[in-house]
Write a protein that binds this ligand. Sequence first.
Ligand code: UT7
Length: 323
Amino acid sequence: MTTRAVVRGVGHYLPAKVVPNAAFEDTLDTSDEWIRTRTGIERRRFAAEGETTSTMAAEAARRALDAAGLTADEVDAVIVATSTPDLTFPSAATMVQSALGMRRGFAFDLQAVCAGFVYALATANALLVAGQARRILVIGAETFSKILDWTDRSTCVLFGDGAGALVLEAQTGAGTAGDRGILACDLHSDGAFRDLLYVDGGVSTGRTGVLRMEGREVFRHAVEKLADTAEAALGQIGLSGADVDWIVPHQANLRIIKATAQRMGVPLERVVVTVQDHGNTSAASIPLALSTGVERGQIRQGDLLVTEAIGGGLAWGAVILRW
Ligand code: UT7
């Protein structure tokens, strides 16, 4: 018998404001055609005035709790994966805890940029398996619209805002790859690549700063590293791409998503793709895709899922879970 971190519920929140690619054509030397063909992005959502990472995270959490048939009091911990918390501190997670009316348990943020949700799943899994908590809300939430340079066409057209949440619960499994829940995790980072993708501000500079990226270099690392980490995670439990029902990838660029699936031998029909509607929402992209995949009827109970992501750090990794 083995303790497994099993998904009890999923939910997401997207801000109402939809921004199509064409909206950038007035102020930048760019086009809907360039953005579509180079990235797969067609539109993205931007948070309204007063809407923050923690308010979006709390709404996604409420929807995940509803889907699970649970109340906030029945959850022991809240983890928010984000690089855009409302304030330097306290954590967005404690703000979510407060918004949900939770007066017990513990809450903290986890920052691994676009790999944040994969890292958060692995962390929640470790806490559940160790018996530190019985149920954990694992949330990915971002407001990247607050850290974009609106004069830089190579970055500002790529990102969007939103939040997605899962309720994970410790359940007893047989200890085989047939169990529901998290089955394997593979995490990496290499700070030697820190200059490829970063925000040029923060506590040390006295201003929030904006995102800077060497897109072509990050692209090269993504294509190389994502299939490797996914295959390493699958290999831990003796599985391969042929066993996968759905890849639920970080949604940065459709060309990266396709190349990774191809390297894993998984056809594009078995990949949940939301980048066209959400853009790159960093740590929110995987839970948004999980929730959307369930809504669309793609992801069903018992399906074997691979989540994989790479981002600033560089930090990357994969988590295998049976839904
Ligand atoms: O989520 C974290 C991880 N991030 C990623 O995974 C992002 C990885 N990188 C990418 O997705 C792609 O590298 C980008 C979408 C950022 C860029 O696509 P690319 O095919 O690598 O383009 P590029 O950077 O090689 O640029 C090609 C050309 C350049 O012009 P020249 O130098 O060839 O004349 C750019 O200046 O496209 C130009 N360009 C644009 N043109 C129109 C860059 N951005 C734009 C734009 N509109 N928005």
